[in-house]
Design a protein around this ligand. Sequence first.
Ligand SMILES: [Zn+2]
Length: 266
Amino acid sequence: MSILVEDVMRAMEHLAPLPLAEEWDNPGLQVGDPVAEVRGILTCLDVSEAAIAEAEQVGANLIVSHHPLIFHAQKSVRADNPLGRMMLQLIGKGIAVYSAHTNLDIAVGGVNDVLAEAVGLRKLSAFVITQQDENGHVESLGRVGTLPAPMTIQDFAAQVRAGLPCDHLRYVDAGPRPVRKVALCSGSGAEFIERAARLGADCYLTGDVRYHDAQHAAALGIHLIDAGHFATEYPIAHALAEYLHQELPDVRVYEDKVARDFFQTL
Ligand SMILES: [Zn+2]
């Protein structure tokens, strides 16, 4: 039985419904024909020329990414700018792109749940509420969870590093407070430090933290871990591959294994 791009879209929207997305976001099919037959799927964090080459190499004609390929209206598609070049490559090679962004951050089983599990949190609950229905059911960006036993910030930071694809991270040690309750937001969530502190979290885990964010956390008395935008989100590529393989067993699904954080350290 042949699987079409729209079948994969349906499976993705079952996991991460489009109405969960933030208003400014652009999730959904970015490039391609909804009724084209899918010969293989590559899951990744970012669409890049390397990911397109990887898809072509394994024979995948659909890329499922977390970060959308296209965010803003384009007035031209030209090979002399990076986005235009990728779009031309995708169209030329007949490779479609589907992205699930903030809807996948928020969805149960999405980026934040995968992150929480990777760093050892349990009993997860909502963090930053994005929607609430009349029955009191909420959707949230990020999660709050607890560790099975309290640990020092140094030990928790080491556990985070071990659980994520990063070989270093930065953290703020806000004093002797043990870490038991942890709030987190994958990617870029420094704006929620104060909210995490107000919820009584001992530690807040996110990426893209700036100096004054760290200063603010220290002043609030909450430990802060910046494990990086890449490391807090890249595990979703593996989770998506597993999910799609389960939902669509007739399609070959590959996960991007060549992506690396853009940042290097020395
Ligand atoms: Zn991101």
